[in-house]
Design a protein around this ligand. Structure first.
Ligand code: NAP
Ligand code: GCO
Length: 266
């Protein structure tokens, strides 16, 4: 019988007070896991705890900036003491800055790389020793369409997410021998606060041009929902994927397979 259950597992999902991380953590709770999450400040952690409680999930929340190595080590030690060894890690916390490259400062570029690439490195490094001691574990890195494609104004984000794809493959290579599987999820365009600016209706009520652009690039002809990521995330966290390693699972409605809607009448 294929085992998709996460019963008895402890899952840490970073940046999971809301958005994609919250949806993935909720799916893990439904599959039986105990949820640990962090966010950047107490207000967000409290907001997350309330949201999980509303869904009947008794989550454990910690304030921690994923770019701060000492804070991450402290959070992992505290979580392992208070909850248990972390069996599943989802590196979800991330930001984006949409600025034309020539207008972006090196500081702004570094900020995105720090959170979206250094963060997953730092948190994975803190969690892997416990996984090795425990006989294995699962690491899932939240990549992006920008792990494969570029577009105007997202140079830092694409560089970070492209790097995160390769960090995923390297963790898989280096720690597969300890029964640790490290894979990525590459969401397409998902309706969350991070993409809200790309979907804002125009003052005249018409669709945002980017909204129309994404619909034309997506065979499914819709934006993704955070719920679309829940099943793939459970699969990659469960025993059902024990021989899947170093893979980026794109959950994009077909964007990467599609050149885009052809002009009418062709
Ligand atoms: P979101 O709504 O902006 O949520 C990101 C979460 O990460 C927020 O709670 C954020 O806290 C937190 N965070 C930011 N910096 C942090 C730090 N230094 N330490 C700890 N937590 C931090 O984003 P989302 O749309 O759910 O995306 C989640 C992940 O999926 C990101 O890695 C994103 O790049 C990726 N992704 C998103 C899409 C999409 O279409 N939405 C598609 C592909 C990939 P704050 O509220 O303080 O910022
Ligand atoms: C953007 C969007 C995308 C999505 C996602 C797509 O500005 O292009 O924010 O980058 O967040 O990463 O997979």
């Amino acid at each position: 019988m294929v085992n998709f259950s996460l019963k008895g597992k402890v899952a840490l999902v970073t940046g999971a007070s809301y958005g994609i991380g919250f949806a993935i953590a909720s799916a893990y709770a439904q599959a039986g896991a105990v949820i640990v999450f962090n966010d950047i400040n107490q207000e967000l952690v409290d907001k997350g705890l309330d949201a999980y409680k509303e869904k009947g999930i008794n989550a454990h929340g910690y304030v921690c900036d994923v770019t701060n190595e000492e804070a991450v080590a402290e959070m992992v030690a505290k979580a392992e003491e208070e909850v248990g060894t972390i069996n599943i890690l989802v590196n979800n916390a991330g930001i984006i800055k949409r600025i034309p490259m020539l207008e972006m400062s090196a500081k702004q570029f570094r900020q995105v790389i720090d959170i979206d690439l250094n963060g997953p490195f730092i948190v994975s490094k803190a969690v892997i020793p416990g996984m090795i001691k425990n006989g294995g574990g699962k690491i899932i890195n939240i990549c992006s369409m920008m792990s494969e494609l570029g577009r105007e104004t997202v140079s830092a984000y694409a560089a970070a997410k492209g790097g995160l794809k390769m960090l995923t493959k390297n963790i898989a290579s280096e720690y597969g021998q300890y029964n640790i599987q490290c894979n990525g999820i590459g969401p397409g365009y998902i309706a969350t606060p991070q993409t809200a600016p790309l979907r804002e209706p125009r003052p005249d009520g018409s669709k945002h041009p980017f909204d129309q652009f994404i619909l034309a690039k997506t065979p499914a002809n819709r934006w993704g929902k955070t719920e679309d990521l829940m099943g793939p995330a459970v699969f990659l966290a469960s025993e059902a994927s024990d021989f899947v390693n170093g893979h980026i699972l794109y959950v994009d409605g077909g964007i990467l397979a599609y050149i885009g809607k052809q002009p009418e009448g062709e």
